[in-house]
Design a protein around this ligand. Sequence first.
Ligand code: ATP
Ligand code: MG
Ligand code: FE
Length: 336
Amino acid sequence: MKILGIESSCDETAASVVEDGRTVLSNVVASSVEEHKLYGGVVPEIASRRHAECISQVVEQALRDANVTLDNIDGIGVTHAPGLIGALLVGVNFAKGLAYSAKKPLVPTHHLRSHIASNYISNKELKPPFMCLVVSGGHSHIVMVESYTKMKIIGRTRDDAAGEAFDKAARTMGMSYPGGISMDIEAEKGDPFAFKLPRPIVHDAPYDFSFSGLKTAIINTIHNASQKGETLPKADLCASFRWAVVDCLVTNFLKAAKDYNVKTLVIAGGVSANSLLRRRLQEECKNLSYELYMPEKKYCGDNGAMVASQAYYELLDNNIADLDLNAVATLPIDYR
Ligand code: ATP
Ligand code: MG
Ligand code: FE
């Protein structure tokens, strides 16, 4: 089965054709990130306008690259939640129009489930059940993936998402949006133990995360130094902050895996591209004889291929929407 996947939940307009949830036939991504850089974060109005301007070209290109027409497509998957409402609406309405005119099933697809599905593309042998650490710009979850379409939340962030914490800390150090990647690169040159940072724990919820205190700690360290006229070494700040965030993620994730007796671990979302997170989990999982799966770096960020992959499994599970499908800004991953 060939599925067309459409993604527009944030600042990437993306479309892709994927066969049987696993084989990518095309993958087109247009990003408006350069415009958002001017403002230090995503401006919803600009994101919506750019989606509206380029969505038809992106979808046409995805069909052309895959050497197919809509006639050869078996379903149209679209991110309907969660995300920026004005941005989501562009993709949802475009997908509705296509589904109606081509008489194809319309498959509503949850953005975080799609992040998880990026792993089905990169790891052909991976099948649920497994435990997944979903870490992105807006979310940080530990999820038990019981089947392709049945999930349970084990832990979640109480405040900032991991990606958001990286981006905000990076901004204080003068790095442009989104700072997560630049911080990762800079951190490679620094000493992770140069600055002592807290490891926030959430009482009575051992799998939950809290990153806002950590973010405030690094911001205060920088501000206090600058008030004294000092400039702290950027590489050491980045390395210490990255070490602390990754430490929280790895500790809770491994604790959850142990307590739930799960030996297949998966990571997903934009932050799963983080080199320290990948290295540390590889080491720990090797020592514990756990199987670890990660998406290829090109599928960590938002893309249409992950949507087409998840939509394939949603379609098999009969998750088909009518033309009254609406976009939803917030929706839990276990909504269905
Ligand atoms: P969500 O998926 O929660 O709706 P989003 O779609 O905006 O949010 P993603 O595209 O999944 O988020 O990921 C973007 C985030 O990933 C940004 O916060 C970015 O800084 C972060 N990120 C990307 N690469 C890295 C990296 N190497 N290290 C740390 N963070 C990274
Ligand atoms: Mg983005
Ligand atoms: Fe995302």
